[in-house]
Write a new protein. Structure first.
Length: 389
């Protein structure tokens, strides 16, 4: 059994690779980083350090791994030809290129290939479908099982000194549940502990975006507003106002999620999920920062993303979104910097160009909420009429 995974980064190694290697698969990473590729081929193993607040670090040795450089197209083609399952963990910008590589391989296959998209991108499936059609034709899709996922595992950016000392070492939380679309597989769901196959992946993708991602960003934005000098996300979550408002925003979104997917997600299960997420967000051992979680504000307040998207879902189902609105306004004031005192470039421009023009400019011109659409107009009016308590 072999898994070919495009992307030897933190999620690829700490999560997908670990799960499949522990299940007895040989794991072959395809990556552009020569240092990572050479180290994997030299050691044939790497360590994942599990970090939990109040617990000693736990090391997991992941074995039976190797790597191929992504530019070695012949070697990549050989690896794909000799497996029935592959995965991607490359990010939105690289997914089309990877999909074209996979499409060229499918053109020479007689048996199906299942492809797990560990991307946390709502458009990942359509990106792959489009690339395959353009590269190999629509008929090639019959041999490709496209498996969407919801990735909830949190992996912090590795400190530079640790990364320089060991390019393969990765820190991660203990959470190891990989939610996958059962219907996406052609060859069947693999027997891998930690894989949770669900019937409606869209419900879990939306739960990730509108509950998990919303809550994570809310803690950063509210924390930066209340305690602007505080760097660690875990520290701002100790503040009662941050904790309670974050929880309320997540709860508002959960109410709407339940209305959207009543057959898939119960309110009781979502309540438990929120409590677990708040505990995980406050995991100081991960070393996550307000800056990292909150940066790239324009993307995170976009119409299709975690804050405005959650508000639109609430409005569509007639649910209140007062706390979410408060998170939106906290996002407009976000000013956290990295360890060197530098702001994220896109946020700096947003604060200097868009924010001074006022919330109405942001709502209408940056986010693009339409006055002629009833749901969008409802959200726009609430965002603009919000009075901070």
């Amino acid at each position: 059994m072999k898994l070919v995974i495009f992307g030897g980064g933190n999620i690829g190694r700490s999560f997908i690779g670990q799960l499949f290697a522990n299940a007895g698969f040989e794991v072959v990473f395809i990556d552009v980083d020569r240092t990572v590729v050479e180290a994997l081929n030299e050691r044939r193993s790497y360590d994942v350090i599990v970090k939990e607040t109040g617990e000693p670090d736990r090391s997991i040795r992941v074995k039976n791994v190797r790597a191929v450089h992504a530019h070695d197209e012949d070697a990549v083609a050989r690896e794909l030809a000799s497996t029935t399952i592959a995965a991607t963990a490359v990010g939105k910008s690289a997914l089309s290129h990877v999909a074209r590589t996979i499409a060229r391989s499918i053109a020479h296959r007689e048996s199906p290939l299942d492809l797990i998209l560990a991307e946390n991108d709502r458009n990942a499936r359509s990106t792959v479908v489009d690339a395959v059609r353009q590269t190999a034709g629509s008929h090639a899709l019959a041999l490709l099982g496209i498996v969407e996922t919801s990735i909830g595992k949190m992996v912090p950016i590795m400190p530079a000194d640790v990364r320089n000392a060991d390019p393969l070492l990765v820190f991660a939380e203990a959470y190891n549940r990989l939610i996958v679309d059962r219907s996406g597989f052609i060859n069947g769901v693999p027997d891998v502990s930690g894989i949770d196959a669900v019937n409606n992946i869209r419900a879990y993708v939306d739960r990730k975006l509108y509950v998990h991602n919303l809550g994570h960003a809310a803690a950063a934005y509210l924390g930066n507003r209340i305690a602007p000098e505080t760097r660690a996300l875990a520290d701002v979550l100790r503040l009662d106002e941050v904790q309670s408002t974050t929880a309320r925003a997540m709860s508002e979104a959960a109410d709407a999620i339940c209305s959207e997917y009543p057959a898939d997600l119960s309110r009781e299960a979502l309540t438990d999920h929120i409590e677990d997420l708040l505990r995980r967000f406050a995991n100081a051992a991960l070393g996550d920062t307000v800056y990292r979680v909150g940066r790239d504000v324009p993307r995170k307040i976009a119409k299709s993303d975690r804050i405005t998207g959650a508000a639109l879902l609430c409005a569509r189902h007639g649910k209140p979104f007062e706390a979410i609105t408060g998170v939106f306004h906290a996002a407009l004031a976000f000013g956290a910097c990295d360890d060197d005192g530098n702001a994220y470039a896109g946020d700096e421009q947003f604060r200097s160009v868009a924010v001074p023009r006022g919330a109405e400019y942001v709502v209408r011109e940056v986010i693009g909420l339409s006055a002629s659409d009833h749901i969008e107009s409802t959200v726009a009016k609430r965002f603009l009429g919000y009075a901070r308590p």
